[in-house]
Design a protein around this ligand. Structure first.
Ligand SMILES: C[S@@+](CC[C@H](N)C(=O)[O-])C[C@H]1O[C@@H](n2cnc3c(N)ncnc32)[C@H](O)[C@@H]1O
Length: 388
């Protein structure tokens, strides 16, 4: 792979340093002002992508660079910010979000900044990890697509202690090989994945070659999930009008996680069937495919004789197009949109703002510290002009 000199100008929304030295090149795990040599692994549409093998590839270091707390950091694709402080990480995330939403916020009469909800800790938080295996190579870990390799991560620093212990016991004496043989006694596929999930029971569950989060979606950082729920509950309660005909729609609601603490009727909708025990007495659950063409008719039937006062929408990374049709029909007083994908968030919000909903607040919840990911919560309210 070609080596190319770089000089980083700024950090892009994915947390990569951008160099314009000879050609626009995106280089992860670098910082503004740094100079060095990158290994180029991909060229596409006039831009290049590179990586640094370790700190030795940097000739001029930023004062904000720190030694990563993880021994796997340089090769592992899991974390993107451990080469700098947490204060810097959150700042880059804020800039990333604001840059993504600029086309929407630029047209507002008053400027609007993202409010930061810092992670309560940066490491030892993930209760779930999906690892890939390659039997012929006897490797289990995360896939580094740049190197076309599986990186083993026995000392991963972002896992919570139970998940980490389980991971280490799988690596110990390569016990994971026995697990795969036991799961597929006749013949195991040469490649696959293992998921460890700490659901706060005695020991984490282990699934081999099951779809990701096959037991239903849940956030990976439980304490930050609680923070997010508390925030949503308090905000929604401050906006509720308290009529017994009013309801809230919790769309892509999973097991009712986000609205479980609300003391107002909520209809939770998700495509994945849940165990009703997870619901509060105020919640009812309906299994529906929210991407299906005629879903609005179903939502209208479910909410007959009720006023949809608020909507909480938390779609998968792909987002949801056509949300403005739901907002136009139900005219909720408020709408919370939650997203882990800021570019899709911008796409989905634009048409709702176009029909008159006001973008009031933007919140960045750092549910995935050390990585480039975060959750965004946007609050939109109905303009006075729209009829009830
Ligand atoms: C980001 S998660 C949010 C879950 C929930 N709000 C929470 O906090 O736990 C996205 C949810 O969308 C659901 N989902 C995916 N495809 C769907 C579909 N076609 N229709 C309805 N729900 C879907 C998933 O099952 C998942 O629960």
């Amino acid at each position: 792979m070609e080596q190319r000199p770089f000089e980083i100008e700024h950090i892009d929304p994915l947390g990569q340093g951008v160099s314009k030295k000879s050609k626009i090149t995106f280089i992860e795990k670098t910082l503004p002002g740094e100079i060095g040599q990158a290994t180029i692994y991909k060229e596409a549409k006039g831009v290049s992508f590179g990586f640094i093998k370790n700190a030795d590839d940097i000739e001029l270091e930023s004062k904000d660079r720190v030694d990563p707390e993880c021994p796997h950091y340089w090769e592992c694709p899991g974390c993107q910010y451990l080469h700098t402080t947490y204060e810097n990480e959150i700042l880059f995330k804020k800039q990333s979000l604001e840059r993504h939403l600029l086309p929407l916020t630029n047209s507002l009469p008053e400027s609007i900044e993202a409010t930061l909800h810092f992670a309560i800790r940066r490491l030892q938080y993930r209760n779930r990890v999906q690892l890939h295996y390659n039997l012929p190579k006897k490797k289990l870990g995360l896939k580094n697509t740049k190197l076309n390799e599986i990186i083993e991560i026995p000392d991963c620093k972002i896992l919570d202690s139970k998940t980490e212990n389980e991971l280490q016991s799988l690596y110990n004496g390569k016990k994971w090989l026995e697990l795969i043989k036991k799961s597929f006694p006749s013949s195991a596929s040469k490649k696959g994945h293992i998921e460890i999930y700490n659901q706060d029971k005695d020991s984490p569950s282990i699934a081999v070659n099951k779809p990701y989060s096959h037991l239903g979606f849940s956030q990976v950082f439980e304490e930050m999930n609680l923070k997010l729920k508390k925030f949503l509950t308090e905000k929604a309660e401050s906006l509720l009008e308290n009529s017994n005909k009013n309801i809230i729609l919790d769309l892509f609601g999973g097991n009712g996680n986000l609205t479980r603490q609300l003391r107002t009727p909520v209809i939770v909708i998700d495509s994945c069937q849940i165990n009703d025990h997870s619901l509060s007495p105020y919640q009812t659950f309906h299994k529906k495919n929210l991407y299906q063409k005629n879903i609005l008719q179903d939502l209208v039937a479910l909410t007959k004789n009720k006023k949809v006062e608020g909507m909480i929408i938390d779609p998968p990374r792909a987002g949801i197009k056509g949300l403005e049709k739901w907002a136009e029909y139900f005219k909720p007083n408020f709408l919370f949109f939650i997203s882990c994908n800021p570019s899709v968030l911008k796409r989905d919000l634009a048409p709702i703002i176009k029909i008159g909903y006001k973008l009031n607040e933007i919140h960045l919840f750092d549910l995935f510290p050390s990585t480039q990911h975060y959750e965004t919560v946007v609050l939109l309210t109905k303009p006075n002009g729209l009829p009830k």
